[in-house]
Write a protein of this length. Sequence first.
Length: 295
Amino acid sequence: MSADAPAQTSVDNLLDVLDLDESQARTTEDIFTGRSHSMPTGRIYGGQVLGQSLLAAERTMPADRAVHSMHGYFLRPGDSSLGVTIAVDRIHDGRSFSTRRAQAYQNGVPIFSMIASFQDEAPGVEHAEPMPADVPQPEELASDERLLGGADTGALRMLSERPVDMRHVQTPIYLAADGDRAAHQAVWMRLRAPMPDDQRLHRAALAYLSDMTIQESILRAHGLHWSTPGLRVASLDHAMWWHRPARVDEWMLYVQQSPNARGGRGLATGRIYTRDGVLAASVSQEIMIRVPEVR
């Protein structure tokens, strides 16, 4: 995959965010620090602290013991103008499994907290939900920024500067919610430039990407779009399971649906497939959703 200079720069910026510094300070925890993406909203993108927290926990593990699941809570909005401090607690190390707790801090208070489990590679029974068969290939779809055309919007600026090439199978809902009110969608995505051959980086980058668009299955079900006046959306928690290796610099299909919304909250689930149909990961997220006319 070739990459032009802006695309390579955007991926290099992601790698810089994931390049954590290990502090010499020690308590009962391992301490890491990381940088933040600049964001037009001033709030940290949730996928950033997901990826950073996961990498911090991975740094306390032997290379052959990989993450298989994480469960995290977004506790406070993060400030994208500030760096992040991550404390990792080595909760348990067993013969085959290890458990880590990671908390991301800004200004001395936690903004994100997660527990992750790691396992040595092991044989066992195997099956997987197949990838949908009726999805167009990414080359048949226009990129999201092309679909927005020359619109002078914050959404267009964010799309052009982010490190991921994203192509919605259904019409994107950045500025309008056209089409059926269906609580599901599918999105092709990949990083815009090649990544190093380090599966830890690819797992962390996949966590970074997993926070993108998954909320939209909830919005679509109610005819909402990201520019709906007065709409407020915030991620509450995030869970992820890594099933099989995948490269984030190759096309992946993110299949998403929302089984429920109630009480100002919406639940979304997702499955991430490699292009050849291998189920790489599963995701679940609940969000707070506030709509002005629903009080």
